[in-house]
Design a protein around this ligand. Sequence first.
Ligand SMILES: O=C(O)C1=C[C@@H](OP(=O)(O)O)[C@@H](O)[C@H](O)C1
Ligand SMILES: C=C(OP(=O)(O)O)C(=O)O
Length: 437
Amino acid sequence: MDVRISPSRVGGTARAPPSKSYTHRAILAAGYADGATVRNPLFSADTAATARAVESYGGRTERVGDDLEVTGFDGDPGTPADVIDCANSGTTMRLTTATAGLVEGLAVLTGDSSLRSRPQGPLLDALEGLGVRAESTRGNGQAPLVVGGGTEGGTTAIRGDVSSQYITGLLMAGAVTDRGIEIELTTELKSAPYVDITLEVLEAFGVEASVVGGDDTAVRSAGAEGFAVDGAQQYDPADEEYRVPGDFSSMSYLLAAGALAADRELVVAGARPSAQGDAAIVSILESMGANIEWDREAGRIAVGRAPLSGIEVGVADTPDLLPTIAVLGAAAEGRTRITDCAHVRLKETDRVAAMASELRKMGVDIEEQEDELRVHGGDLEGATVAGHDDHRIIMALSVAALLAEGETTIEGAEDVDVSFPSFFEVFSDLGVELERR
Ligand SMILES: O=C(O)C1=C[C@@H](OP(=O)(O)O)[C@@H](O)[C@H](O)C1
Ligand SMILES: C=C(OP(=O)(O)O)C(=O)O
């Protein structure tokens, strides 16, 4: 599907979709438990992959209205009867590869061509350190993966600068091993707030895990030297249910649209505080000069249009915000430097390169370095741009299209179903003139 977007003004109220990160963890945690009801989960292509994986390990999932009822495998995943297809979802693959380490036989995990080109080697090595058989079929550290044989737990080491999802997977699996798992980090940790999300979900399911070292800041995992989780724990959420909060990465597109193109106030509902690092979009917009207010108690963010100025912002903790910030920078006065972004190249596509090449097509002056993107603000021109089979590139370019001179066509726009299936309906309800073809 291609989407053609005309320059538009936006306004009104939109509800944030439920968090993808919390949904993955809640479905898997309910799988490790006897079962649980996940309330208000995100129903999307990626979270469906995690539900399928839980079923492959012996659980069951059923959608009932806005909830997902999960019957778990109670700490004892079975050997899957078939290959697990993680589709486009890195989170599904990393989290459920660690589950595979617990099965008696072997599990085979694969995904689409994007996922089969993303790095899994550090996780395979860490699992081998725990006595698990963990192989990449092509010997290149990429899926397809063959993993299993079981582990009692123990101590292992892993780098923290490729993906925090490895740590999340190991902590979630470690709680149901006999001895628990201690993880030593051999590099600094990137995407640290995502491990905080894991700790928050584990806590809600009655599982204790701890950070070793750390900077003692609001982000518990920041500066961590390692992590530890005791074994023989039971996943057991209060009242056998878990409610998923709103998704700040998804909200970033709506808030950016409001900051750049609101003719009247744009309000995003469902924005209660949680461990999500991507809530930083609010302070980033503020420091660019946006007219934005977050009522944390009501969970509402209101944003109006205002002239923005370029800033310098590091995305070590918030990789998923890079496409949004690049678009804000393209429309702002002056230069925006997005630093600490090497790990953003390891996503569904190389998002640093993809944003540079697509914004250039829209007339933006943009310089790309290994770990930095420099965007020079100016006028945007409508163009035909590629979605790179990547939901975040598609949604960010849709925001850029609102301000462009002339129409913008985004190719392959159906991939928004990975994290925000209703994105174009929401955009259209906010006043965006668009046509799907
Ligand atoms: O754990 C998670 O839910 C995620 C962690 C981040 O990945 P990395 O830890 O690989 O940076 C993020 O980019 C991804 O969208 C979701
Ligand atoms: C990188 C992302 O997800 P995943 O790693 O789960 O594919 C994302 O949603 O931006």
